[in-house]
Design a protein around this ligand. Structure first.
Ligand SMILES: [Zn+2]
Length: 400
C-alpha cells in the first residue's frame, strides 16, 4: 500500500498553517480574519481510509511527495499495516497525507465533504484519524442541521450559528484539544456529541446557509473582559438554565442561569425513571471513590432515605441512617448516563426501598435552550435578542 513505501522521518516537523492558533482568546480582536478555517476530526481510529473525488491532489508529508490525479480517483490508505510496521517508532500522531480536489468536494468513504482531508496516525490504536480542514462558515452551515434542525426558523438557526462558531473558535484559539492530549492533535475539535456534531456537504439547507451567511463573523464574548469562552447549548432546559459550575466542576466566565418558560410546549413534556436501591448503593460508592462525599461503607447497610427534594434544588440530600450526604444533582446524570437521567432538571423521591426521579427537559441545561430558541424565533425574536436572553453575561462582536 501507499504507506509501505514511506520512511518515517522523525527529523521532519510538520506544521500546518493555522489561521491564528496559539493566541489567547482575549487576543482575537487583534487578528484580521479573512475566511477563517477550522480543522475537525471526522474519522476516528480507522483501520483503512478511502478518499475519493475528481482531480485530486495528494501530498505525502513524510517524503514531501505531491501528486495530481486527473479525473476520478480513489486513494486508499492502509493505516493498520502502516502503524503496525512502524510500531514503537510512532510515539505521537504523524501527519501522513493531505488530499484535496479541484472541485472543492471530496469523499471519505461514501460521504461528501467540503475542504481538504488530512490523514493522521493514531499512535495507540494501529489506525488513523481523518481531519477535515474547511472554511469556518461551511462547517457552521452543515453543523446546524445536526445540532439543531435545518428546517427551523432562521432566527433560531442564526442564534445556534453564533453559539457554535464561538465554541469552535474557542477550541481553536486555546488549542484545548492539543493541550488535553499533551501533543499536537492536528485538529481543533472533533465531530461528536462531546464537542459538536459536524454535517457533511448534503447537511446544508437554504436556511442553514442563510443563517450562517447573515451571522458571518459574529461570536459571543464576555461583557467584562471581552473574552471568548466556551458557549454551551442543549435541547430543552425544562424551565431554567444552569451555570457550567453547577453541572461540571469548572467555572466559566460570564454565565448566569436564566428562566425559560418558552420550551415547555415543545418536545417531550416530562420524564421519569426508577433507580433501584442496589444501583443507588453503587452510585454512592462511585461518588465516594471520586471524592464527592465521605462515609463509612458500613452505613450502606442502613436505610437510605432522601430529604424532601424540589426541582429548584441543585443538591440531593441522602441520609444513610443519621449521616447526611450532600451531592450535586448533575453527579446523578454523570453516573447513570443521559439515557436514564435525561436532564439535570429533576427531583428525586423515595419509593419503597427504591427511588423515583421526576425530570423536565433534555440535555445538560447550560447555555442556550434550543427548543426555547425555536419558540422565541416563532414569536418574532431575532437572534440577537435570543442570544441576549440565554447569554446575559455575553455580548455579540463581529470578528471578520
Ligand atoms: Zn428552555
Amino acid at each position: 500500500m501507499v504507506f509501505s513505501k514511506l520512511m518515517i522521518l522523525f527529523t521532519v516537523l510538520f506544521f500546518w498553517g493555522t489561521s491564528f492558533a496559539g493566541l489567547r482568546p482575549s487576543q482575537y480582536r487583534h487578528i484580521s480574519l479573512s475566511k477563517p478555517k477550522i480543522k475537525v476530526r471526522i474519522g476516528d481510529k480507522l483501520k483503512k481510509v478511502t478518499i475519493s473525488g475528481t482531480d485530486l491532489k495528494r501530498t505525502l508529508h513524510v517524503n514531501n511527495n505531491h501528486k495530481k490525479f486527473p479525473g476520478r480517483k480513489r486513494i486508499r490508505f492502509n493505516c493498520k499495516s502502516f502503524t503496525r510496521k512502524n510500531k514503537g517508532k510512532i510515539t505521537k500522531p504523524i501527519l501522513l497525507a493531505s488530499v484535496s480536489s479541484q472541485t472543492g468536494l471530496i469523499s471519505l468513504d461514501r460521504t461528501k465533504y467540503q475542504g481538504r482531508l488530512h490523514v493522521v496516525t493514531s499512535p495507540s490504536e494501529e489506525s488513523c484519524d481523518v481531519i477535515q480542514e474547511v472554511d469556518m462558515d461551511s462547517y457552521i452551515s452543515g453543523l446546524l442541521s445536526k445540532e439543531m434542525n435545518g428546517a427551523w426558523p432562521v432566527e433560531a438557526l442564526k442564534a445556534q450559528a453564533v453559539a457554535a462558531r464561538t465554541y469552535a473558535f474557542y477550541k481553536q484559539t486555546t488549542q484545548q484539544v492539543s493541550r488535553k492530549l499533551g501533543h499536537q492533535a492536528y485538529y481543533d475539535l472533533e465531530s461528536s456529541e462531546k464537542h459538536q456534531v459536524a454535517g457533511d456537504f448534503f447537511a446544508t439547507t437554504l436556511n442553514t446557509d442563510v443563517a450562517t451567511n447573515d451571522t458571518a463573523g459574529y461570536v459571543l464574548v464576555t461583557k467584562g473582559k471581552g473574552n471568548l469562552t466556551e458557549t454551551f447549548f442543549h435541547a430543552k432546559c425544562g424551565g431554567k438554565t444552569l451555570r457550567p459550575s453547577s453541572v461540571w466542576s469548572n467555572r466559566v466566565e460570564g454565565y448566569k442561569g436564566v428562566k425559560c418558560p418558552y420550551c415547555d410546549s415543545h418536545g417531550k413534556k416530562n420524564w421519569k425513571e426508577t433507580i433501584t436501591k442496589a444501583r443507588m448503593i453503587k452510585f454512592l460508592k462511585w461518588a465516594k471513590r471520586k471524592g464527592h462525599v465521605r462515609f463509612n461503607n458500613s452505613l450502606l447497610g442502613k436505610k437510605i432515605r432522601l430529604a424532601k427534594d424540589k426541582f429548584s434544588s441543585g443538591n440531593l440530600r441522602v441520609y444513610l441512617g443519621s449521616k447526611v450526604l450532600i451531592l450535586k444533582k448533575p453527579l446523578v446524570r454523570r453516573y447513570f448516563g443521559r439515557f436514564t437521567v435525561a436532564s439535570n432538571n429533576f427531583k428525586m423521591v423515595s419509593k419503597g426501598k427504591d427511588f423515583r426521579v421526576y425530570g423536565k427537559g433534555l440535555g445538560h441545561g447550560v447555555g442556550m435552550c434550543q427548543l426555547g430558541a425555536l419558540d422565541l424565533a416563532d414569536r418574532g425574536w431575532d437572534f440577537k435578542k435570543i442570544l441576549a436572553h440565554y447569554f446575559p453575561g455575553h455580548k455579540l462582536v463581529k470578528i471578520y
